[in-house]
Design a protein around this ligand. Structure first.
Ligand code: HPA
Ligand code: MG
Length: 200
């Protein structure tokens, strides 16, 4: 059975906050209904995730993989907090970052294949502690496929950090090692999450 990582739960009946309580960028205010996670809470939670990452992965060279292009702010902030902890540690470790994009397609057997675009050769992941950073996990299918792909390169350890996990009946049940918040299955924007898509 999948174990649940600690996360801040935003429950289904969470009313959120009125938009008038915050400074909302004018150009997308009309598309918003409520504020569920104020920025300060994201900052505080991300600092704690950085601490958890260092505790579990900080014994060896970390390669942080950013899955572009959404959610780069979470990646940048998480890495900044990890770097501060690493710099101030007696046992600081090498850290490198890489950026990839994913393209899914169906092969002849109609099973999902995943193509990694950009980034260094994945063989650089061998014997490293690989931290894959995601913005949102909904079904978890793509992430699970990426995980098995990365494992083929024999990393010492591989973990996923996701800012958000959605509660959805479509989930394959995959739970990342590090989760910021669990949210209801609504379309969410802000903090560099994708906005101009057909999902709105
Ligand atoms: N917001 C932005 N991008 C997304 C979402 C969402 O709620 N779900 C999947 N991609
Ligand atoms: Mg993503």
């Amino acid at each position: 059975m999948a174990t649940c990582s600690p996360r801040v739960m935003i429950s289904d009946d969470e009313p959120g906050c009125d938009l008038d309580l915050f400074c909302i960028p004018h150009h997308y205010a009309a598309d918003l209904e409520r504020v569920f996670i104020p920025h300060g809470l994201i900052v505080d939670r991300t600092k704690r995730l950085a601490q958890d990452v260092m505790k579990e992965m900080g014994g060896h060279h970390i390669i942080a993989l950013c899955v572009f292009k959404m959610g780069y702010k979470f990646f940048a902030d998480l890495l900044d907090y990890i770097k501060v902890l690493n710099r101030n540690s007696d046992r600081s470790i090498p850290m490198t970052v890489d950026f990839i994009r994913l393209k899914s397609y169906c092969n002849d057997q109609s099973t999902k294949d995943l193509k990694v675009i950009g980034g260094d050769d994945l063989s650089t992941l061998t014997r490293k502690n690989v931290l894959i950073v995601e913005d949102i996990l909904d079904t978890g299918k793509t992430t699970q496929t990426l995980l098995s792909l990365v494992k083929q390169y024999n990393p010492k350890m591989v973990k996923i950090a996701s800012l958000l996990v959605k509660r959805t009946s479509q989930s394959v049940g995959y739970r990342p090692g590090f989760v910021g918040f669990e949210i209801l299955d609504n379309f969410v924007i802000g903090y560099t999450l994708d906005y101009n898509t057909s999902g709105i």
